[in-house]
Structures are given as structure tokens and as C-alpha cells.
Design a protein around this ligand. Sequence first.
Ligand SMILES: Cc1cc2nc3c(=O)[nH]c(=O)nc-3n(C[C@H](O)[C@H](O)[C@H](O)COP(=O)(O)OP(=O)(O)OC[C@H]3O[C@@H](n4cnc5c(N)ncnc54)[C@H](O)[C@@H]3O)c2cc1C
Length: 382
Amino acid sequence: MKRTIFESDHELFRETAREFIRREIAPNVTEWESAGRVDKEMFRRAGSAGLLAMAVPEEHGGAGVSDFRFNVVIVEEMMAGDAFASGMCITLHNDVVLPYFLELCSEEQKGRWYPGLVSGELMGAIAMTEPGAGSDLAGIKTTAIRDGDSYVVNGSKTFITNGINSDLVVTAVKTDPEQRHAGMSLLVIEDGMPGFSRGRNLEKIGLHAQDTAELFFDDVRVPVDNLLGEEGSGFVHLVSNLPQERLSLTAGSLAHAQVAFGWTLDYIKERRAFGQPIGSFQTVKHAMAEMRTELDIAQSYVDAQILALNAGELSAEEAAKAKWWVTELENRVISRCLQLFGGWGYMEEYPIARAFRDARVQTIYGGTTEIMKEIVGRSLGL
Ligand SMILES: Cc1cc2nc3c(=O)[nH]c(=O)nc-3n(C[C@H](O)[C@H](O)[C@H](O)COP(=O)(O)OP(=O)(O)OC[C@H]3O[C@@H](n4cnc5c(N)ncnc54)[C@H](O)[C@@H]3O)c2cc1C
């Protein structure tokens, strides 16, 4: 299916992103997968290349371009360049963390943080999940108790993407621990604040180049000036950003499945068994036909959601539908593709092996498949 959502500016930007990945990421993927994190210098270079925080207004150093299609171009190129885990620090920063700064910063905070978010001097993270609370976000226990001009923060977070490398962590805290949703606020906790420490860089099934970490807060004094938005409105702010966060995951999932399909199509044309290419066996041909069809259907759906987000019309329910369905499709497609590689599909030297490992988490983070179905179900009045 021919896609129609991109214009010439997006295609030019695609060239920039592709070249950046080819030059700055691809040669280092193996090293960063072993190290469990990327080199932060790459992130700063992404800033210099214009790939960070494009929506920040020009007076603060950004491009002032608020068009999610540019974000989608980056995530698609990351997947096409087999740089899912290595590039996630960029996509999380742009698609998930930046919106909080764009929507909630005071004038003073804009001056303090925007230039670094654009240049790559400041890498963002978002810390909601705790060891005892993930899906049930209102159940978090990290507290921020007001004392003069500061909040005193105590607690811990886990599974935080960019957890080791980040400089600014948008942290969900309870400013009123007696309340559930209404007691939540968002504080920007900065690298180096006394009492803020990083725990383990967690060992995961996949996404090995992405640092996912525990964070600890032990009497961290965070200035009131680091509050994002209104005290007590943290939950509302988090929920309002979920459609974009989920669409970023959805678009990435689909791009991941598309690239795996492409590798597989090439492979089954070359690989021979019983004297013929395996792609010519009817069961294989039909498997590929089914996947091609499902991917095309998904692409139309996701492209419509991208335009809806740009128009300010993507609802939480619509984003939830696409997130669960496309991430499940990604896992189904990549697993089927791996099967068609036979034993070679299980070998690290073939990218399909890493894609299989990396895909698994997509139905879990950003809201699990079950929670997405809850959201859709509730929208039906159930
Ligand atoms: C690699 C990785 C990166 C992550 N990055 C971040 C990050 O940057 N920031 C951050 O804050 N978090 C992050 N997370 C956390 C992630 O968002 C949570 O793991 C996820 O929301 C699920 O929460 P949980 O792990 O506590 O599972 P739980 O909430 O304990 O859920 C366990 C199971 O119960 C099911 N379940 C729970 N409630 C219901 C219900 N009402 N109905 C039906 N089933 C239900 C779930 O679907 C799941 O299958 C990351 C996680 C991973 C693995």
C-alpha cells in the first residue's frame, strides 16, 4: 500500500535520520549491546544533527516544529537501521518525555531546560513505575513532602528507560500520600542531586543496548521550582500524554514488524530446500501473504492515528486499541518470520534473533495489553 501521510520535508528529514543512524549508531550497536547502554556522546550528536526535541520553540533553540510525523520518521528509521534499542534514548526523549516539558514548563523552566533538551546536554527519562506499582499507577509510594522552598523526596522507582544515562527525570510522586490520583505530582529530579542514586542497570531478555534501571531517592531536596504543572495534578498530566506515548510505541512496533518481514522475504527467496526456494512452498507463500496483508491493514490504521494526533483528535481509547493490537501483531509477525529462518533464526548473527527478543516487551511497557483492553472496554460503557 502506498503511504500518503508524508510530504517532501519529512522525506528530507528521513535522509538525515538514516544517515545519522548509519554513521553514528550502526557501527556501535554490538559494543553498546554488550555494555548495556549507549555512549551519551551519540545522544549529543543527535542533538547537533537536529534529531532531538524538534517541537521546542525557536527562541529556545528548537526547530519549533510540532508535527508528530517527524517523530515517526525517526522511529521508523531506527527500526529500519536495526537500531531499536540503541535509538530508544532518542525516541523516548522526543516522544514520551518532551511533551511534559512542552506543556507544563513555566517561563523560567523553559529557559533552564529547553536548550539542553534540544542540544542533547540533557537526556530525559520518565519515572512512574515502582517495585510495587506498575499498572496501578495511583498506588505509587514515593513521597514528596513540602518543606519550605523544597520537596523532600523518598522512595524508589524501577524499570526506568534511560535510567542510567538520563540527566532530568520526570518523576511521579505523592505530594499528598493520603490520596490516590489526586495526591500525585510531577517533579523534575536532576542528576547529581544529593540523595538521588541509580541502582542496577537491569538485565533484560532484550533491548540490551538500552539502560533500564532502578532509581533511589533518599531525602532528596528538590526545589519547588522543579515542580512541573500544578501540585496534585500529576495523574491528569500523565494521562493526557498517553495517546502520544502509546502512538510512538505503536508506530515503532509496526516499523519493527515491517523490517523483519523484509528480511524474511529476502531470505526465503534465496534459501533452498528440496531443490527449490523455501518461499515457493505454498504454506510459506501463504504465511507471507497473510503477514503482508495484516501489515498493510495496520499501516493504514496507524497512519490515520498519526494524522489524528497531529489534529489533536487522538483519544485515549483509540490509542489504546492500536497499541495492544499492533504490538501483538509485531510479536506474531516476528515469531513467524523467525520460524522461516529455521535454525539460523535462532542465531545471534541474524538480526531476526535480536528482533524476536526486543519485540517481547512492547506488549508490556507503556501499558500492558490487558490494561489497553480495560481502557477500550470502559469506553464501551462496560
Ligand atoms: C524494558 C522496560 C522499560 C520500561 N520503561 C519504563 C519507564 O521508562 N518508565 C516507567 O515508569 N515504567 C517503565 N516500565 C514499566 C512498565 O510500564 C510496567 O512494567 C508496566 O506498566 C506493567 O507494570 P508491572 O510491571 O508493575 O506489572 P503489573 O501491574 O504487576 O501487572 C502484572 C500483570 O497483571 C496484569 N494486570 C494488572 N492489572 C490488571 C487489570 N486491571 N486487569 C487485567 N490484568 C491486569 C497486567 O496486564 C500484567 O499482565 C518499563 C518496563 C520495562 C520492562
